[in-house]
Write a protein that binds this ligand. Structure first.
Ligand code: MRU
Length: 363
């Protein structure tokens, strides 16, 4: 892994570097290291699929769409790493790599979705190993470009839900950093801001990895969108006192009945919003919808290391007793009854979710 600092690119005052992209000159995958933001802006270069798998696991790259596209480029690296001289050998190496990449994180469906798409290329007829390598790169590149295009389309549909003057609670990070660029739920907020609507965002800090306080707040600063960071447990207060108009979050896997698995804390937030008649929207590309699952109960929830919960300091000292133990589910499921809509690149899906999801997925 190599690092290069200060490759930040601004257009006017807005940051435009993609979260991840293929570096053609060095034949490596280049990505922003999300573990060190906002204190440091670092770019890392990955030249093996194993290092891509590790980057997904340790959350150097995170967010459902971003990990899907990273895995796609991981397959490109696996093809370059393979010493196989014929197509049979290369295909076998690529299936093994896909298996390892898919195991990196279990909840977001975008990861198996992207690998399935890459494996369809692997298993299609090719003239040579060179031809297969080239086609894999083109497919990963297409996925990256489609992601950005799709997010902008989602943004335009979602922005119609936002009124001038709205205060919005946003959970986790769903911005450019969670995708290849632009973002999903945060992309909706960014689109409404670009349309001239005055918006205020209450940014859930999103314990334990603080994707909200670190990454969403950093992105909102880049886009000059006004915000306040709130502790996750303050959301109920703001909702009950009438200070919030809408809640927007992303999604990592949506079952066909509309239940949404998203960052831990989304369920609690949706419950409080629903109890106070504040609409909740999950913003997702349709690649996040898993029609094979009848309900959210079937979604595997990743449980991460307890250190992520326990490693906190107050005044430079450990805030938890030595030997304390913790539980750390990384996602929870918001039942569809709590949602006002799912915002996708094909439009806003309203209840009844199952019937409408079937219709939209057939489009
Ligand atoms: O654990 P993370 O940071 O990868 O979780 C990310 C989220 O839950 C996002 O809200 C979700 O992936 C949607 S991102 C567009």
């Amino acid at each position: 892994m190599n690092c290069a600092q200060d490759e930040r690119v601004f257009f006017g005052e807005v940051f435009i570097l993609r979260t991840l992209e293929w570096d053609a000159s060095s034949q490596r995958l280049k990505m922003i290291d999300q573990r060190v933001l906002p204190a440091k802006f670092e770019i890392i270069y990955l030249n093996t699929y194993q290092s891509v798998s590790e980057a997904i696991k340790n959350m150097t790259v995170r967010g459902a769409p971003a990990i899907g596209v990273s895995a796609a480029f991981g397959m490109v690296l696996a093809a370059l790493q393979s010493g196989a001289a014929d197509l049979t050998g290369l295909r076998s190496d690529l299936h093994a790599a896909a298996h390892e990449l898919e195991a990196a994180r279990p909840t977001a469906v975008n990861l198996p979705w992207a690998l399935k798409r890459m494996l369809a290329v692997v298993d299609a007829p090719h003239a040579s190993v060179h031809d297969l390598r080239e086609t894999l790169l083109k497919e990963a590149q297409a996925m990256a470009d489609e992601d950005v295009e799709m997010n902008r389309r989602i943004g335009r549909f979602g922005a119609e839900l936002i009124a001038d003057g709205d205060t919005i609670i946003h959970h986790c990070n769903t911005g450019a950093l969670a995708t290849v660029d632009w973002g999903t739920a945060l992309g909706v907020i960014r689109m409404a801001h670009e349309q001239g609507k005055k918006i205020h965002v209450l940014v859930d800090e999103t314990r334990p990895r603080l994707q909200g306080a670190r990454l969403t707040a950093w992105e909102l600063s880049q886009y000059k969108i006004p915000y306040d960071i709130i502790s996750d447990n303050a959301a109920g207060y703001f909702l009950r006192t009438g200070q919030v108009n809408k809640v927007f979050f992303g999604g990592d896997r949506v079952a066909r009945n509309g239940d949404v698995a998203n960052k831990i804390g989304s369920y609690m937030l949706a419950l409080a919003a629903h109890a106070n008649a504040v609409p909740v929207y999950s913003v997702i590309p349709t690649s996040t919808i898993d029609m094979s699952l009848a309900s959210g109960d079937e979604i595997e929830i990743e449980e991460r290391s307890q250190d992520e919960v326990l490693d906190i300091q107050i005044a430079g000292e450990a805030a938890t007793p030595q030997g304390a133990s913790a539980r750390n589910p990384a996602f929870d499921v918001t039942p569809h009854e709590l949602l006002a809509g799912l915002v996708t690149e094909k439009g806003v899906i309203r209840p009844p979710f199952e019937a409408n999801l079937i219709k939209i997925m057939q489009k």
